[in-house]
Write a protein that binds this ligand. Structure first.
Ligand code: PLP
Length: 343
C-alpha cells in the first residue's frame, strides 16, 4: 500500500492485548496504541480534523497561521499537518513540557512560546491566555482551541470510537482513558455508548486537577489546583470537550504510580508508551475488583514513550522525584496485591 502523503497514515491504530501487567485480573484487557499514528499520538486525529473543518468553513485560508495552547502532542500533530498543508504554526506550551517534546515541536517547524506552568488559568501569561492573544493579533490566524473546539471530540467520535467497536467485535464493556481536553475519551466514548448504553467510561485524573471534584459536585474548586508531573492528565480549568454526563467516574492516580506503571509496560509488555498511558494502567489497578470474566476493557494509550526519555525513562529523574530508591538498580514496582513481583 502506498500513501500520497503522511497524513493519510493517521488512524487505524492497533488494539493489543495485555498479558503480564494484567495477570490475575478476570477481564480481558486491550490497549489502543495511539503511538502508531505518524506523530506518535492520538492528537494526529484531532489536528487533521480540526484543520480540515476550519478549511471547509473558510476559517483557515492559504497562507494562514494555526495557533494553539498545547502540552506538546497536539502541537506536534498540528505542526505536522501545517508542514504538509503549508501553514505557519505558532504554539504556546507550559514550562512543564519535557525537553524531548520541545525539541520535537521545533523539529516539525513550529514556533514555540514557553509560558509558566504554575499561574492561574486567567493570568495573561498562562499558556491558554497567551494563545488566545496571539490568535487575535496574528493576521489570518486560526485558533485551533483543542480545549473547547468540539471538532476535537468529533475526530474521535468519527474514528477512534468506531475502530474500537470494530476491533473488539462489539464486546468492549469498559473504556478507560485520561481526560485532559476530554476529546479522546469523550469522543470515542460517545460513539461506543451509542452502540451499547451499558459501557462504562472511566476518566483518569491527576492530584492537582479540578476535573474529578467538578464531576462529583459541580463545583470548580481552585483549591484543588496543584503542580503535578503527568502530562496529558487532568486540567486546572473545565474544558469544553469533557462530557461530564457521559463519564461514569473520575479516578485520581499519583505521579509515582503512573511513572512506575509506564516503565512496567515497556518491560513486561514491550510497549513503549507515554506517561499518561502508565496513569491509565494504574487506574485499571484501582478498579480491578469491579471487573468480571465477561468484561473486555480497552485502555486508551495516548502516545509513545520516546517522548519521555528524559522523564520516566531516566533513572536519575525518577530518583530525583523520589519515585525510585536512591541507591542500587532501577526496579519496576507493582501496585496491586495481585502482582507483587519486582522486576
Ligand atoms: C500524553 C497525553 N495523554 C493523554 C491526553 C489526553 O487526551 P485528551 O486531551 O483528548 O483528553 C493528552 C492530551 O493532552 C496527552 O498529551
Amino acid at each position: 500500500m502506498v500513501y500520497s502523503n503522511i497524513l493519510e497514515t493517521i488512524g487505524k491504530t492497533p488494539l493489543v492485548r495485555l498479558h503480564k501487567t494484567v495477570a490475575g485480573l478476570s477481564a480481558q484487557v486491550y490497549a489502543k496504541l495511539e503511538s502508531f499514528n505518524p506523530g506518535l499520538s492520538a492528537k494526529d486525529r484531532i489536528a487533521l480534523h480540526i484543520i480540515e473543518r476550519a478549511e471547509q468553513l473558510g476559517r483557515l485560508r492559504p497562507g494562514g497561521t494555526v495557533v494553539d495552547a498545547t502540552s506538546g502532542n497536539t502541537g506536534f500533530s498540528l505542526a505536522m499537518v501545517c508542514a504538509i498543508k503549508g501553514y505557519r504554526c505558532v504554539l504556546t506550551v507550559t514550562d512543564k513540557i519535557s525537553k524531548d517534546k520541545l525539541n520535537n515541536l521545533r523539529a516539525m517547524g513550529a514556533e514555540v512560546i514557553l509560558c509558566p506552568k504554575d499561574v492561574h488559568p486567567n493570568d495573561p501569561n498562562s499558556y491558554v491566555k497567551r494563545a488566545e492573544q496571539l490568535a487575535r493579533e496574528i493576521p489570518g490566524a486560526f485558533y485551533a482551541n483543542q480545549n473547547f473546539n468540539i471538532d476535537n471530540a468529533e475526530a474521535h467520535y468519527l474514528s477512534t470510537g468506531p475502530e474500537i467497536w470494530e476491533q473488539t467485535g462489539g464486546r468492549v464493556t469498559w473504556l478507560i482513558g485520561s481526560a485532559s481536553t476530554g476529546g479522546t475519551l469523550c469522543g470515542a466514548g460517545r460513539y461506543l455508548r451509542e452502540q451499547n448504553p451499558k459501557i462504562k467510561i472511566i476518566a483518569v485524573d491527576a492530584y492537582g486537577s479540578v476535573l474529578k471534584k467538578y464531576h462529583e459536585t459541580g463545583i470548580y474548586d481552585e483549591r484543588e489546583i496543584a503542580p503535578y508531573q503527568i502530562e496529558g492528565v487532568g486540567k486546572n480549568f473545565i474544558p469544553g470537550n469533557v462530557d461530564f454526563e457521559l463519564i461514569d467516574r473520575f479516578i485520581k492516580v499519583t505521579d509515582k504510580d503512573s511513572a512506575l506503571c509506564t516503565r512496567k509496560l515497556a518491560r513486561c509488555e514491550g510497549i513503549m508508551a507515554g506517561y499518561s498511558s502508565g496513569a491509565v494502567l494504574q487506574c485499571l489497578y484501582q478498579i480491578e475488583n469491579q471487573l468480571t470474566t465477561d468484561d473486555v476493557v480497552v485502555l486508551l494509550f495516548a502516545d509513545h514513550g520516546s517522548k519521555y526519555i528524559s522523564k520516566v525513562f531516566d533513572d536519575d529523574w525518577m530518583r530525583k522525584q523520589g519515585f525510585l530508591p536512591a541507591e542500587g538498580e532501577a526496579t519496576v514496582e507493582v501496585n496491586t496485591a495481585a502482582q507483587q513481583e519486582v522486576i
